[in-house]
Write a protein that binds this ligand. Structure first.
Ligand code: ARG
Length: 476
């Protein structure tokens, strides 16, 4: 490498070569190479803008545009960066020179890698949001399918992981659907936050040539343009917002995974894992381990770490662009790649799961209807506090006798409270308990059917999370 002069976008003012140790730490091509389709698009739009501003002739602008298309073709065909390429912008500049010669040197007029990388990262994020929305939606669809199939099944709901009250299994399944629905709203919001065009901000003070930022915005599919060039080159809020949306999604997946892992244990036996998404043990032949779900549970830690890393990078940073910002992409790509691996694995694992309605039903004990018994007394005229105390004494009696509430003699009920009548045992029926909770959002049958309808409606039509990515998709 000693006599090879690497292609650099800077260096004129230097008389000694860059230290190898600096080059090693400064080089970001290993991370940002994947930005190339977006960098090509924004560079093509920039060539047109420079023609509009009278900086390039139409001929030059077209030559550069065609050259960039040829570079894109080579990269799509597998062309790899040289170890000397500092970053993706330098790589594309070098390849463009190889393609069209000296005219390539005019493309960098009026722009800086500062507004360039911010633009490319925003385009990448907008594109990622489309993929994230689709992957979350797929999982939600699996949930809706299970929810519909479980409509007649009852199961215990837990608070503090202690049996609390009976609920419809559909209700439980959909309790994991709505958090994902909120995640999709956050992803859409992160996409809108990303869709603000920085290009035209130059290094920090704006572009000195009369380029049309509005035309750039329209041709690249941004929703609006940035209002302040100093802010535009140093703003990574949109990365933080997307990372939060991913971290929250991963957190939700971890809670779903944990429920399923517990329910799949022999002690619960509510669900049976399928074979395609479980693994065996190298030692214990009987094992079937829910690895996909465990990995999903663990993935939250990494996503939270990525978000925290970015916030720590941004905190206390002076305004404008600072090289610290180069690391935004490491965490952004890590979190998005991870969740795009995890979501299909969770969707697959959940799709394969079989629910055992009998086991779920068997886990319902009559003491879970203790609240219903209190309600019974309230309906007969007792105050809730008085009723609560009376049921407490019944529970103590059942624990003393070692028998369930529904096995206690009627006299024990009557001595716990005079308002107890012969119909009390009917109130220990789980189906009745569930049916009584038919307020909107409750677990009663009509409420759950309407919830299921709302869940289906939420999945239709496909949310429009990013507009105008056609250009990007065409380049890839
Ligand atoms: N590779 C850099 C990044 O990702 C591009 C911007 C470099 N800007 C500069 N002034 N050196 O942030």
């Amino acid at each position: 490498m000693s006599d090879y002069v690497s292609h650099k976008l800077w260096g004129g003012r230097f008389s000694t070569p860059t230290a190898a140790a600096l080059e090693a730490v400064n080089r970001s091509i290993g991370t940002d190479f994947r930005l190339w389709p977006f960098d090509i698009n924004l560079s093509q739009a920039w060539a047109v803008a420079l023609w509009g501003a009278g900086v390039l002739t139409l001929e030059e602008s077209k030559t550069i545009e065609r050259g960039l298309a040829a570079v894109a073709q080579k990269l799509a065909g597998g062309a790899q960066p040289l170890s000397s390429d500092e970053d993706v912008h330098t790589l594309i500049d070098r390849m463009l020179h190889d393609e069209v010669g000296d005219v390539a040197s005019k493309l960098h007029t009026g722009r800086s890698r500062n507004d360039q990388v911010a633009t490319a990262t925003r385009l990448w994020s907008m594109d990622a949001c489309v993929k994230l929305d689709a992957a979350v939606r797929t999982l939600q669809q699996v949930m809706v399918d299970h929810a519909a199939a479980l409509e007649d099944a009852l199961m215990p709901a837990y608070t503090h992981l202690q049996r609390a009250q009976p609920v419809s299994a559909t209700h439980w399944m959909l309790s994991h659907f709505w958090p994902l629905e909120r995640d999709r709203a956050r992803i859409a919001s992160a996409s809108r936050a990303a869709a603000v065009l920085p290009l035209g901000s130059g290094a920090i003070a704006g572009c000195a040539f009369p380029i049309s930022r509005v035309l750039l915005q329209g041709s690249l599919g941004f929703g609006t343009i940035s209002q302040n060039s100093i802010d535009a080159v140093g703003d990574r809020d949109f990365v933080a917002e997307l990372l939060f949306a991913v971290a929250m999604t991963a957190t939700h997946l971890s809670r779903l995974a944990e429920d399923l892992i517990i329910y799949g244990s022999s002690e619960f036996g509510f669900v049976q894992f399928g074979e395609a998404f479980t693994t065996g043990s190298s030692m214990m032949p009987q094992k079937r381990n829910p690895d996909a779900l465990e990995l999903a549970r663990g993935s939250g830690a990494r996503a939270i770490g990525d978000l925290t890393t970015l916030l720590a990078t941004l905190k206390g940073l002076p305004s404008g662009y600072n090289k610290d910002l180069q690391d935004d992409k490491r965490v952004l790509f890590d979190a998005v790649d991870m969740i795009l691996l995890v979501l299909p694995a969770v969707s697959g694992a959940l799709q394969e799961i079989r629910f055992d309605a009998k086991r779920m039903r068997k886990a319902l004990s009559s003491s879970m209807m203790a609240t219903d018994l209190a309600d019974y007394l309230v309906e007969k005229g007792a105050s809730f506090r008085e009723a609560h105390a009376a049921i407490g004494s019944l529970i103590r009696a059942s624990e003393r006798e070692g028998s369930e509430l529904d096995a206690l003699p009627l006299d024990t009920f009557k001595s716990a409270h005079p308002l107890f009548g012969d119909d009390v045992l009917d109130w220990l029926e789980p189906a009745r308990s569930v049916a009584r909770r038919d307020v909107p959002g409750g677990t009663g049958p009509a409420a759950v059917s309407s919830q299921l309808r709302s869940a289906r409606e939420a999945l239709w039509p496909v949310a429009e999370v990013a507009r105008g990515n056609e250009l990007i998709l065409r380049a890839v």
